[in-house]
Ligand binder design. Structure first.
Ligand code: DQA
Length: 143
């Protein structure tokens, strides 16, 4: 099973950005966590991080027929991007949404998730562990 793990804007700033919300671990630590979690589950994971909405849309489009599942943390684009929602619908690859923080307990503007309207499940507030939970959800969905 081959999965694409997408992280959106400012996720590359983990460890530096708002550590009280996102923790002290870096994006490099997250990459290691995701790779180790995928390996432990026998998954082939391709990782992609971008600060650009356009690059994320293109990456999702290219996942069509190439990946069995997508794990996506669209970061701030979660709350604004109809383009990412449409790309997910177009590629039609089963997808799970992840957020490091518990967005439901944060600002009003974070309460809408466009990507979440496509994703069959969301894990928010579990820190890095949410990515592993998303992998398990994809494995369960695809078996
Ligand atoms: C986030 C939550 C978003 O609201 C925020 O814009 C992010 C990160 C999270 O992982 O908790 O950049 O997606």
């Amino acid at each position: 099973m081959k999965i694409l793990v997408i992280n959106g804007p400012n996720i590359n700033m983990l460890g530096i950005r708002e550590p009280a919300i996102y923790g002290k671990q870096s994006y490099k630590d997250l990459v290691k966590f995701i790779k180790d979690s995928a390996k432990a589950r026998g998954l082939k994971a391709v990782l992609f991080q971008s600060n650009s909405e356009s690059a994320i849309v293109t990456k999702i489009q290219k996942a069509f027929n190439r990946f069995d599942g997508i794990v996506i943390n669209p970061a701030a684009y979660t709350h604004t991007s109809v383009a990412i929602l449409d790309a997910l619908k177009a590629a039609a690859v089963p997808a799970v949404e992840v957020h490091i923080s518990k967005v439901s307990e944060r600002e009003a503007f974070r309460q809408v998730s466009y990507a979440g309207m496509y994703c069959f499940q969301t894990f928010a507030g579990f820190g890095f562990e949410g990515y592993a939970k998303a992998m398990d959800a994809l494995i369960e969905k695809l078996k």
